[in-house]
Design a protein around this ligand. Structure first.
Ligand SMILES: *Cc1c(COP(=O)(O)O)cnc(C)c1O
Length: 375
């Protein structure tokens, strides 16, 4: 049994999240409480909103809503869709299937388009399917599928969606702050992310952006969203100048994400994206030189997660456990169809550091030697 804090081990988090939190963020979170309507706290909220909008490259309404990435996902589905509304969903991984599940729970008329996991989604499938659905209201996609290591190009999906007059919803949980995402250029009506992946903060907030069209759609609903807590119009009334109390704001998390966003702009977006790219490249070449096969190829590779195929004869769980126990390094395991077949090495936000890549590669080597695997 752990008796106190100091007995909890420090870990190097190289999984699918949470990733490491910047110490400046943790410090900022220790600020004493402010009330959720304190005028000085309102200044903090406005700053956060501006910084989130800058990060998403949009003029749309930006908020940090309580909960993790899945809360952002659920706020989107429950607010944008009413029972019977048609949503066409591009599905190519575990988190896409979570979106499918949520849309189904709303009672929407869900049209799934399932494609091969580990490959970019073939946009022609969407083009063909939409011809059958002139009444489509919403199209969904994931920018970075963390379960398969795919960074989905969004330009064509966006233009096909807009040609059919639908709204476009994007999961940016793994990519925001690590890969460029231009919400206005891509005409994204709703995007959501999470504080704990590429932003360098602990889990607990979901930064979201909502277009005017999306908000107008929500305000003209015939039925109320099934979720009161995640109703984007109620949340917006606190973030806009009306400042209407909705729930007790997680104040410390707000201090944390504000610092995290400031750190991101101190580094510079281009530098940050380049750092994610460079460290992923070092990791991939290190793994390849150890004769590992990686899932996926080419430019649709996600820099935030590198899926490694577990070679025959290697006990994947044992390797992950040993890395954790002996080297304090956490890596991710496979999800869904990929359970037991791959490891997922995450290099997100604060965790994307060259020294961690080398620490991981040498720890992996020593664990495999221990397992008498010929390297
Ligand atoms: C992690 C993740 C989620 C879920 O986010 P939580 O913060 O765990 O709720 C959703 N989508 C993608 C692509 C993710 O990587």
């Amino acid at each position: 049994m752990l008796k106190n804090d100091s007995e909890l081990p420090p870990r190097i988090l190289l999984g699918p999240g949470p990733s490491m939190a910047n110490p400046r963020v943790l410090n900022a979170m220790s600020h004493s409480m402010l009330g959720y309507l304190d005028p000085d706290f309102m200044v903090v909220l406005d700053e956060i909103s501006d910084l989130i909008a800058r990060l998403y490259k949009t003029k749309n309404l930006a908020m940090a809503i309580p909960g993790t990435g899945s809360a952002g996902m659920e706020a989107g589905f429950s607010s944008l869709l009413e029972p019977g509304d048609k949503v066409v969903m591009c599905l190519y991984g575990h988190f896409c299937e979570r979106m499918f599940e949520m849309a189904t729970r709303v009672g929407a008329n869900v049209v799934p388009i399932r494609a091969q996991w580990g490959e970019p989604f073939p946009e022609e499938l969407l083009e063909n399917e939409l011809k059958n659905h002139p009444d489509v209201k919403l199209v969904t996609a994931i920018h970075g599928e963390t379960s398969t290591g795919i960074c989905q190009p969004l330009e064509n999906i966006s233009s096909i969606t807009k040609e059919h007059g639908a709204m476009f919803m994007v999961d940016a949980v793994t990519t925001l702050g690590g890969t460029d995402l231009d919400v206005d250029k891509l005409s994204i009506d709703y995007a959501y992310s999470a504080s704990q992946k590429c932003l360098g903060a602990p889990p607990g907030l979901s930064p979201v952006v909502v277009s005017d069209e999306a908000m107008a759609t929500i305000l003209s609903r015939k039925t109320k969203p099934y979720s009161w807590y995640l109703d984007l119009s109620l949340l917006a009334n606190y973030w806009n100048e009306r400042r209407i109390y909705h729930h007790t704001t997680p104040v410390s998390m707000m201090f944390g994400i504000r610092e995290a966003l400031n750190i991101i702009f101190e580094e510079g977006l281009e530098n940050r994206f380049a750092r994610h790219e460079k460290n992923a490249e070092i990791l991939r070449s290190g793994l390849k030189s150890m004769q590992f096969d990686l899932l996926g190829s080419g430019k649709s590779r996600l820099n935030q997660i590198t899926p490694v195929i577990i070679p025959p004869g290697v006990d994947g769980n044992e390797v992950a456990d040993q890395l954790l126990r002996e080297f304090n390094i956490e890596i991710g395991k496979g999800l869904g169809d990929f359970a037991g077949k791959i490891w997922r090495i995450g290099l997100m936000g604060e965790s994307s550091q060259t020294e961690y890549v080398f620490a991981f590669l040498s720890a992996l080597e020593s664990v495999l030697i221990h397992q008498e695997f010929p390297l």
